[in-house]
Design a protein around this ligand. Structure first.
Ligand SMILES: Nc1ncnc2c1ncn2[C@@H]1O[C@H](COP(=O)(O)OP(=O)(O)OP(=O)(O)O)[C@@H](O)[C@H]1O
Length: 345
């Protein structure tokens, strides 16, 4: 269990966050400069908050009222970031063994050899960092972090300096290694939405130094609380609306158009409605939520098209497959009620 409730003020920025996480891989997502790294640095003991509490299991790292601020070396935290430097004059073996100096020699040898095998670098023990690829260096960095058996792992965009292919391979290796060999909490900062969805169990969304939503990843992605949260999880269709309840349904009015939403999705006080671009469908016809449209713009990606379409009432961004793209032109655009969600401002 990790409990974080801290405040830190700089002249131009204020961090004021509060969250508790129990277990698993937790992602922190948010725009640049919203306080993600500052949070990780505070947990690691590299930044001292102005006030608050940080506690990992029974270990109090920081408590401003009690004047407790445990130094980094006594927190048993593994911290890995983008430009994590290996010692250039030490071999792979020596880099990984660096933090174990106080251990018995035999145990060091056993642990480091095992670790090198686990990260797939057997045979590279005597190589120096400059003799390794970026992905291999990052694996050594991860091994060096994990070999000390930290109670929590803090990952601050650790793979973002790698090329796309290496990054994906590293991610997969890293997280399957963690699944098998690491039972502690992992707190993972990323800008990458798909990465966050793939790798994390829970997500914490940040905006301007505050937590704006925290929950299971599916819930955060598919039921964002407010407009800012919807933006962070990549929702491109957000409309100001009013609505009226009618039995099992809600009629939602957007620029004069009516959208039907199931009543259980009601959120009192919400003033926006949203839908993800990949949930938009194209149909021959439907009783409701279907509109004639024209395509304003289409951008071809490797496997999909990002299409901007105009109806009489609103402009929509849809993400469609090549197959859908070929057959959509004589159809109507359809906003499935089950995929619409209400948002607070
Ligand atoms: N030591 C410092 N002195 C002054 N301001 C700081 C310091 N450290 C961080 N900040 C400010 O705190 C804010 C949050 O920084 P932080 O590095 O946590 O952002 P971030 O969310 O990790 O951003 P990014 O995604 O771009 O890495 C920024 O405005 C930054 O300038």
């Amino acid at each position: 269990m990790l409990y974080v409730a801290i405040k830190k003020t700089f002249s131009h920025f204020q961090l004021d966050v509060n969250f508790t996480i129990q277990k698993g891989v937790i992602g922190i997502l948010g725009p640049s400069g919203c306080g993600k790294s500052l949070t990780l640095q505070s947990i690691a003991g590299l930044q001292r908050p102005d006030e608050g509490v940080i506690q990992l299991n029974n270990h109090l790292f920081f408590h401003s009222d009690k004047r407790i601020h445990i130094p980094t070396r006594h927190r048993n935290v593994g911290y890995m970031f983008q430009h994590y430097a290996l010692f250039p004059h030490l071999t792979v073996y020596e880099n990984i063994a660096f933090g174990l100096k106080k251990w018995p020699k035999k145990q060091i040898q056993h642990t480091v050899t095992n670790m090198i095998e686990n990260i797939g670098l057997k045979g590279y023990e005597n190589h120096y960092p400059h003799q390794l690829s970026g992905g291999q260096q990052q694996r050594v960095a991860l091994a060096r972090t994990l070999v000390t058996q930290p109670s929590i792992l803090l990952l601050d965009e650790p793979f973002s300096a790698l090329d796309h292919h290496t990054k994906q391979a590293m991610e997969q290796q890293c997280f399957s290694y963690l699944q098998q060999h690491f039972s502690g909490l992992v707190l993972f900062v990323t800008h990458h939405l798909e990465e966050a969805y793939r790798l994390c169990d829970e997500l914490i969304l940040y905006d301007r130094g505050r937590v704006i939503q925290h929950g299971k990843k599916e819930r955060v992605f598919y039921e964002p609380e407010n407009v800012q949260a919807a933006n962070i999880v990549g929702c491109k269709n957000i409309f100001s609306c009013t609505f009226a309840e009618k039995g099992e349904q809600i009629i939602c009015y957007v620029n004069g158009a009516q959208l039907i939403v199931p009543a259980h999705k009601k959120k009192s006080g919400a003033t926006y409605v949203g839908i993800h671009s990949h949930h938009i469908r194209f149909v021959d016809d439907a009783i409701y939520n279907a509109f004639s449209f024209r395509v304003i713009r289409a951008v071809s990606n490797v496997y999909t098209y990002d299409v901007t379409i105009q109806t009489d009432h609103f402009i929509l961004q849809a993400s469609v497959s090549e197959e859908q793209w070929r057959h959509m032109h004589n159809k109507k655009v359809y906003l499935p009620p089950e995929h619409l969600f209400f948002l607070f401002e």
